[in-house]
Design a protein around this ligand. Structure first.
Ligand SMILES: *[C@@H]1O[C@H](CO)[C@@H](O)[C@H](O)[C@H]1NC(C)=O
Ligand SMILES: *[C@@H]1O[C@H](CO)[C@@H](O)[C@H](O)[C@H]1NC(C)=O
Ligand SMILES: *[C@@H]1O[C@H](CO)[C@@H](O)[C@H](O)[C@H]1NC(C)=O
Ligand SMILES: *[C@@H]1O[C@H](CO)[C@@H](O)[C@H](O)[C@H]1NC(C)=O
Ligand SMILES: *[C@@H]1O[C@H](CO)[C@@H](O)[C@H](O)[C@H]1NC(C)=O
Ligand SMILES: *[C@@H]1O[C@H](CO)[C@@H](O)[C@H](O)[C@H]1NC(C)=O
Length: 457
């Protein structure tokens, strides 16, 4: 029985804790809680943990199916390089989830159901790639990326973002991918993002764009938006600019003076006389036209201004879906449209992609297997990576062949789950399962359903 006094005390503690940085000492880590399953690999072996704990020298942690990544789920691991949780049904990433991971290289959480990012999710995380594409993110607050050091590649493609904290993104970005969102205006400058060279805002609803770069930018992709002009374009040097499938009908002023090497301009509802002017400008400014792929037979220009409305219908149809259930069974709903993940290369080319009830899976044909110790392993013709791959009394040797147990030298000892006999890693420490960690009630939003399932346990 919990007395009122205790409840009061508990809430005081929680309020006090909220206002400070997460305290991820070992007793507070979610690793102990058994709704957060992971598979983790050191340099040599992989193991599965139902309760989310991984040994401290893990190099790679793969998140299994879970609704949330809780506070302190990943903390204080100097060796951890990759956190991989694509296609894992994740809905919530709690603030304080990623703490003190100085040598991390990538966090990949694509193909999940994350709706928003929180402030303080990252603290002292060295990170080069953050992939949150194919989620359902509608909102990113200022400060959401604070605590990440040196992020270079940020993929937020295929979400439902209407705005961005554009003055508050990681400063050393090289590649910013926001294709397939719902953003209507964009202003970017090199004084804030000196290293940005790839900018992809294609397939949004942009109407207003201002770009100011005193640096060379490799690619600016603004295709499939609602642009009739670009409000401000002052880019020292742009290698490729993409503006197909917008509403350009007249020569956009910036194209007459901008320093651009290649531009792709079709399809757009150009007025023929204007298009001729544009060609002359491009030629005089040594701007090459990228060959365009025009799929239908529609003309590249017309003599009237009426083409725009027909373009509207073709390129900017209304929303198809709000969630997966509005799509056919073999499709998923992202950025308000239904997509077949297998057609969008959700699996690599060596895998067999399958969609079942809006969930896709990537399996290996026949007896081919993936190397669990890497993130993007293709399907390989290898006898075993782990003892589970070997039948009967056999174990997996470090040369990836199954060996009769009787042929194995007794000093190989017992095997851990993915262990190659000669490569035994120290057995992971066994953590005690803690009933209900103190921070449990801090998990935002998702808590009700989780609590319900916990009662059933
Ligand atoms: C940004 O670019 C500058 C020079 O262009 C380079 O010195 C610096 O290391 C880059 N920063 C990061 C974090 O990559
Ligand atoms: C997201 O972008 C990164 C870096 O540009 C890329 O490596 C990754 O494959 C992209 N994600 C998907 C799901 O395509
Ligand atoms: C942007 O992300 C999408 C994932 O939707 C990926 O297919 C594409 O290659 C990425 N583009 C760039 C330039 O990184
Ligand atoms: C931008 O992203 C879209 C889809 O995500 C992709 O098809 C396109 O190639 C990208 N553009 C560039 C210039 O890489
Ligand atoms: C793998 O190692 C075992 C034990 O040393 C040996 O018997 C076997 O021939 C090796 N297999 C290959 C393919 O090298
Ligand atoms: C494996 O060892 C057992 C004896 O422990 C033996 O009966 C069996 O034939 C062996 N199998 C192979 C494939 O060598």
């Amino acid at each position: 029985m919990i007395s009122n006094k205790q409840v009061l005390l508990l809430s005081v503690v929680i309020v006090a804790v909220r206002s400070i940085q997460p305290n991820c000492d070992p007793n507070n880590q979610f690793r102990y809680y058994c709704l957060f399953p992971v598979e983790y690999c050191t340099e040599f072996v992989c193991s599965v943990s139902k309760c989310g704990h991984f040994i401290i020298n893990s190099k790679l942690v793969k998140i299994k199916e879970t609704q949330l990544i809780p506070k302190c789920a990943f903390s204080n691991s100097e060796d951890l390089k990759y956190i991989y949780g694509a296609n894992s049904e994740i809905q919530v990433v709690a603030s304080g989830a990623f703490v003190n991971l100085p040598n991390l290289e990538s966090i990949i959480l694509s193909f999940n159901l994350i709706r928003e990012l929180h402030q303080g999710t990252f603290k002292d995380v060295g990170l080069s790639l953050l992939d949150l594409s194919w989620n359902k993110i509608i909102y990113i607050p200022e400060g959401a990326f604070d605590g990440i050091n040196g992020l270079k590649y940020l993929n937020l493609s295929r979400n439902e973002l209407k705005t961005l904290p554009i003055q508050d993104m990681p400063p050393f970005l090289i590649d910013l991918n926001l294709s397939y969102n719902l953003i209507d205006r964009l202003a970017l400058k090199s004084s804030r993002y000196p290293n940005l060279t790839q900018i992809n805002f294609s397939h949004n609803i942009l109407e207003r764009v201002a770009l100011s770069f005193e640096t060379t930018v490799h690619k600016i992709d603004l295709a499939h938006n609602r642009l009739t002009k670009i409000d401000f374009f002052d880019v020292l040097d742009c290698e490729v600019l993409e503006i197909p499938s917008n509403y350009f009908s007249r020569v956009p002023e910036f194209l007459t003076y901008a320093s651009i090497k290649r531009v792709s301009i079709h399809p757009n509802p150009w007025i023929c006389a204007e298009l001729q002017q544009l060609w002359i400008h491009l030629q005089n400014n040594f701007i090459n036209e990228e060959p365009s792929i025009i799929r239908d037979q529609s003309p590249i220009c017309s003599n009237t201004d009426h083409t725009r409305s027909s373009f509207t219908n073709v390129y900017h149809s209304e929303r198809d879906c709000a969630d997966d259930s509005h799509c056919p069974e073999n499709m998923i709903c992202r950025a308000l449209k239904c997509w077949d993940p297998c057609k969008e290369d959700a699996c690599d080319s060596t895998s067999i992609c399958n969609v079942n009830n809006h969930r896709f899976s990537c399996s290996c044909p026949g007896t081919l297997k993936r190397d669990p110790k890497t993130i993007y392993s293709s399907c390989l013709d290898i006898e075993c990576f782990s003892n589970e791959d070997c039948k009967g009394e056999k174990l997996c040797h470090s040369n990836n062949t199954c060996i009769n147990i009787s042929d194995i030298n007794s000093n190989y000892g017992p095997s851990s789950s993915y262990g190659a006999p000669s490569d035994f890693a120290p057995a992971p420490a066994v953590y005690e399962y803690q009933e209900e960690p103190w921070w449990f009630y801090e998990i935002p939003k998702i808590a009700p359903s989780i609590r319900k399932s916990k009662q059933l346990m």
